[in-house]
Design a protein around this ligand. Structure first.
Ligand SMILES: Nc1nc2c(ncn2[C@@H]2O[C@H](COP(=O)(O)OP(=O)(O)O)[C@@H](O)[C@H]2O)c(=O)[nH]1
Ligand SMILES: Nc1ncnc2c1ncn2[C@@H]1O[C@H](COP(=O)(O)OP(=O)(O)O)[C@@H](O)[C@H]1O
Length: 399
């Protein structure tokens, strides 16, 4: 390290070239730095590595790499999306592993990184398909949240997935670990919270409850819409987070009816029931007046409340199956070329008969890109471009 880039590979950047590929390496110029993606990785040759050449100092920098690095394939291409994001498209891989984002110039995020003083880059896997907004359901204990959610999950099993929370409370008789909750030790949960593994957490009725990033991501990974059953404090935290959700508050027809249901459920001791009823008053007040919730549903008659819930979620008669959120699998060949048109990337695979790709041109739509959990970027949409029906005019405008 430290030697000037003798070969013409990097030398071209001095003449204003933005992007250059050679063998398994692609180099992209971002500001005063040249990011060389691919080729030999210092730690492992089976992963796509990144090196940075600083034009102003004439020095190579070994960046600190965050996130899971993609595996090396025989060929890849790269597109600079904006000032700090590079899309890497791997050839010879299926759609589950084709698209990776390299965030460059990532701000230093911890003491450890700061002491090294290196550049930080972060890999994030591009996940195909739109995932609909998660649904946050809150309401006092005994109001019927669980009952309504299980009705949805039974009627639309392939459409919804439940975010399995962690809790330090003891399991009820019929509750299963990993299905209703991840029943956890307080110390383990507290340490995971510190490590940033939770999207939100709150102390409710004397126990710790929280939604892990993973709980939401596994549902989204399955192409399903995520349902979160969390308290009002948790809903407030989610509102403040990057997760874009629909917030629904379930209210009882009366306080007396709430108490009746809670007692009839017979899952808590008298002391716990008293605690839940005390908390219910504050929850009802906050839920109904805070403006936090997009919808408030009164759960008087179960069936009509359920029908109203379905209406809010756009589930009219006949919508029984999940909307297909993932496009067909693609198999990109090693040889392909890419070009950027506004929010779309055109991927040209050349003549279809020379490779195993079944289509020879794709458009990757980036307009709905969303951050998922760390290490994942969601909302990538891939379309097959049919030259006979999709116009690609002289300016390469897809219409
Ligand atoms: N903030 C937050 N609240 C949660 C979470 N999971 C469950 N809760 C809430 O914790 C409260 C107690 O839940 P639970 O012990 O299952 O009792 P139940 O509401 O009477 O069924 C309810 O208001 C839940 O909505 C979570 O991950 N985060
Ligand atoms: N609309 C309703 N009318 C009467 N009982 C109901 C209604 N909705 C739910 N329940 C009953 O009330 C109890 C509490 O419901 P549950 O779904 O466990 O509440 P939560 O999850 O909000 O604590 C359960 O025994 C359930 O069968």
């Amino acid at each position: 390290m430290g030697e000037a880039p003798a070969d013409s590979f990097l030398g071209d950047f001095l003449n204003g070239v933005d992007l250059k590929s050679k063998g398994q390496e692609t180099a992209i110029c971002v500001g005063s730095k040249i990011y060389v993606i691919g080729g030999a990785d210092l730690e492992s040759t089976s992963l796509i590595g990144v090196r940075i050449f600083d034009k102003s100092s004439g020095e190579w920098i070994n960046p600190i790499v965050l996130g899971t690095k993609p595996k090396l394939s025989n060929g890849h291409s790269a597109v600079l999306l904006n000032g700090d994001r590079i899309l890497v498209i791997k050839g010879n891989s299926n759609s589950d592993d084709c698209f990776w984002f390299l965030e460059v110039g990532t701000p230093f995020i911890g003491e450890q990184e700061r002491t090294y003083g290196n550049e930080v880059v972060a890999w994030s896997k591009g996940v195909l398909g739109n995932v609909e907004k998660p649904i946050v359901i809150s309401g006092p204990s005994g109001v019927g949240k669980g009952t309504l959610i299980s009705k949805l999950m039974i009627e639309f099993p392939s459409m919804f997935g439940f975010s399995v929370s962690h809790t330090t409370r003891a399991p009820r008789e019929k509750e299963q670990n990993g299905i209703h909750y991840h029943f956890s030790d307080r110390s383990v949960m507290e340490s995971d919270i510190k490590d940033g593994k939770f999207l939100e957490f709150a102390s409710v009725h004397g126990n710790l409850y929280g939604t892990s990033v993973e709980a939401v991501e596994v549902v989204a990974d399955a192409g399903k819409r995520c349902i979160l059953d969390i308290d009002v404090q948790g809903a407030r935290s989610v509102r403040a987070s990057s997760l874009d959700a629909i917030f629904i508050f379930i209210s009882p027809p009366s306080f007396e009816e709430l108490e009746k249901r809670l007692r009839a459920r017979a899952t808590e001791t008298e002391e716990q029931i008293q605690k839940r009823l005390r908390n219910a008053r504050a929850e009802l007040e906050q839920g109904q007046s805070s403006g936090l919730f997009d919808h408030i549903l009164v759960n008087d008659d179960l069936e009509s409340c359920y029908e109203n819930l379905k209406k809010i979620l756009g589930l009219t008669e006949g919508v029984k199956t999940a909307r297909k959120t993932y496009p067909e699998l693609v198999d990109l060949p090693i040889e392909h070329s890419v070009s950027k048109i506004d929010q779309r990337i055109l991927i040209n695979c050349g003549a279809a008969e020379y490779h195993k790709a079944s289509n020879n041109m794709y458009a990757l739509d980036l307009s709905l890109l969303k951050g998922g959990a760390p290490g994942r970027t969601r909302g990538l949409n891939l379309y097959v471009v049919n030259p006979s029906t999709d116009r690609v005019n002289g300016d390469n405008q897809l219409s």
